[in-house]
Design a protein around this ligand. Structure first.
Ligand code: NZQ
Ligand code: ZN
Length: 392
C-alpha cells in the first residue's frame, strides 16, 4: 500500500431546498461580487437560476451571469468569462449546473488568477498558481467536479479536449439538492451513473498499492450506484435513489476511493476524451462504449482485481478459472450498461470513425498522456488503436 494525500476542503450542503443557503455560503467564503455561470438553459427552464439570483439580490450581493457552457465545454466561452470577470471585478464564481458549467467556471477562475493564456495549463505548458474561489450548485450527479480538483475543457481549434487538475480549483462549497436532478433526461441520468462508476473503477483496476478499506468503500459505492441506477431506470423521481447516486458521485471523484493505490489507471477516460473532443458525445456514454474493449484488452494483466470485481460487485459465482470469472464480470457490466440504455461499442454510441480517424484519436491520446499510460496495463499508441478498433 502506498502513502497518500487526502485533501477534500469542499463544504458539502446536502438535501432538499439547500440552494436557498447560497447567499450565506457565498458570504461565508468571502464573495462580494459573483459570476453565476451555467450551461445551455436547463437551469433557466427549471427556475433554479431565478431562485439563486433572487437570493443573491435579497442578500445584497452583486452578480453578473454568463450562460452557454456546452457539454464538453469550450475554451472560447472560458475566455469570454475571464474578460467579463476582469471587467466586472468579480471575486467569486458560482457554477450552477453539471460538470460542464463547473469545469468552465474553474477554467475561468484560473484565467482570472493567472497571467497569460489559460490554455497553457490544459496544454501542460505551465502550472497555475491560484484560482478564483468557486462555489457550486449541482444539477446532475456525474463528474464529481463539485469536489474534485479537475476541470476538462475543449479547445475548438483542432477539437482538443484536455483536463487540468490542481487543488486551487476545488470548490469552496457544493450545494447538492437531489431534487434538482429530477428534471434530467433519462439518458443523462444513466450517463451520470456510468461516469460515477467509472471514476471508482479507474482507481480500482490498478496494479499498485491497494488497501482493504479502499476496496471495501469502492465496491460498496459501485454496488450502491448499480442498484440505484436500476431504480432510477424505472422510477426517475425516486428521491432516495437520486440522493444515493448524488453523494456517490462526489465520493467517487474526491480521492476517497483511490487512497493507498498508485493513482489509478485512467485510460478509459483518456480514450473517451478523444471521442468527446472529436464527436461531442456525452462523457458517460463514451466511457460505456469503450470500457468493455479496454477491459478485455487489459484484464489478464490485472487478473486478481478483475476477479474480485466480478465476484464482489457483479455477483458472479466463484466457478471456473480466474480468467473465466473475470470475463463473466466484464460481460455482466456490459449487460448492466445495456439495461440502463448505455452503449457498449462505438456503433451504439452513434459514431462511425474511419480508419484515419481511429488512428488520429490514438495518436492524440498518446500525445495527451505523454506517450503511454495505465496501471491495469500500460498502453502505448498501438494499444490505444487496438482498443478503439475493438470497440467498433
Ligand atoms: O447545459 P444544460 O442546459 O444545463 O443541460 C445539461 C446538458 O445538456 C443537462 N442537464 C444538467 N442538469 C440538468 C440537465 N437537464 C435537465 N435537468 C437538469 N437538472 O445535462 C446535459 C449534460 O450536462 P453536463 O454538465 O455536460 O454533464 P456532466 O456533469 O456529465 O459533465 C460532463 C463534462 O465534465 C467532464 C466531461 O468530460 C464533460 O466535459 N468531466 C469532468 C470531470 C471533473 N471536472 O472532475 C471528470 C469527468 O471524468 C469528466 O471528464
Ligand atoms: Zn468521468
Amino acid at each position: 500500500m502506498f502513502g497518500f494525500n487526502y485533501y477534500t476542503p469542499t463544504k458539502v450542503v446536502f438535501g432538499k431546498d439547500t440552494e436557498n443557503q447560497v447567499a450565506d455560503l457565498v458570504k461565508e467564503f468571502g464573495g462580494t461580487k459573483v459570476l453565476v455561470h451555467y450551461g445551455g438553459g436547463s437551469v433557466v427552464r427549471s427556475g433554479l437560476l431565478a431562485r439563486v439570483t433572487d437570493k443573491l439580490e435579497e442578500a445584497g450581493i452583486p452578480y453578473v451571469t454568463l450562460g452557454g457552457a456546452v457539454p464538453n465545454p469550450h475554451l472560447g466561452l472560458v475566455y469570454e468569462g475571464i474578460e467579463l470577470c476582469k471587467k466586472e471585478k468579480v471575486d467569486f464564481l458560482l457554477g450552477v449546473g453539471g460538470g460542464s458549467a463547473i469545469d468552465s467556471a474553474k477554467a475561468i477562475g484560473y484565467g482570472v488568477a493567472n497571467e497569460g493564456d489559460v490554455w497553457d495549463f490544459y496544454d501542460y505548458k505551465r502550472k497555475a498558481t491560484g484560482c478564483l474561489p468557486l462555489g457550486v450548485i449541482l444539477t446532475i450527479a456525474a463528474t464529481g467536479s463539485e469536489m474534485s480538483d479537475s476541470s476538462v475543457i475543449t479547445k475548438e481549434e483542432g477539437l482538443v479536449k484536455r483536463g487540468y487538475s490542481s487543488n486551487y480549483a476545488r470548490p469552496k462549497f457544493a450545494i447538492m439538492n437531489p431534487e434538482l436532478t429530477m428534471t434530467l433526461p433519462d439518458y443523462q441520468t444513466a450517463c451520470g451513473c456510468t461516469d460515477i462508476m467509472m471514476h471508482t473503477m479507474e482507481r480500482y483496476f490498478t496494479n499498485g498499492g491497494n488497501m482493504e478499506i479502499t476496496d471495501a468503500l469502492a465496491e460498496g459505492l459501485l454496488r450502491t450506484v448499480k442498484k440505484n441506477a436500476l431504480i432510477l431506470n424505472e422510477d426517475p423521481k425516486n428521491y432516495d435513489a437520486r440522493a444515493e447516486v448524488m453523494w456517490a458521485g462526489s465520493l467517487a471523484h474526491n480521492g476517497l476511493t483511490g487512497c493507498g493505490n498508485d493513482g489509478g489507471d485512467w485510460m478509459t477516460h483518456k480514450l473517451e476524451h478523444e471521442l468527446g473532443g472529436l464527436y461531442d458525445v456525452a462523457h458517460g456514454a463514451g466511457l460505456a462504449a469503450i470500457w468493455g474493449s479496454w477491459a478485455r484488452y487489459v484484464y489478464k494483466d490485472c487478473l486478481p482485481r478483475f476477479r474480485k470485481f466480478a465476484i464482489n460487485v457483479m455477483d458472479v459465482e466463484e466457478v471456473g478459472s480466474d480468467e473465466e470469472i473475470a470475463l463473466c464480470g466484464i460481460e455482466a457490466m456490459e449487460e448492466f450498461y445495456r439495461t440502463i440504455h448505455m452503449p457498449t461499442n462505438l456503433r451504439e454510441l452513434g459514431v462511425n470513425p474511419t480508419e484515419e480517424e481511429l488512428a488520429l484519436m490514438a495518436k492524440k491520446c498518446a500525445i495527451g498522456v505523454g506517450g503511454e499510460m495505465g496501471s491495469a496495463k500500460v498502453l502505448n499508441e498501438e494499444a490505444m488503436l487496438a482498443i478503439y478498433k475493438a470497440s467498433m
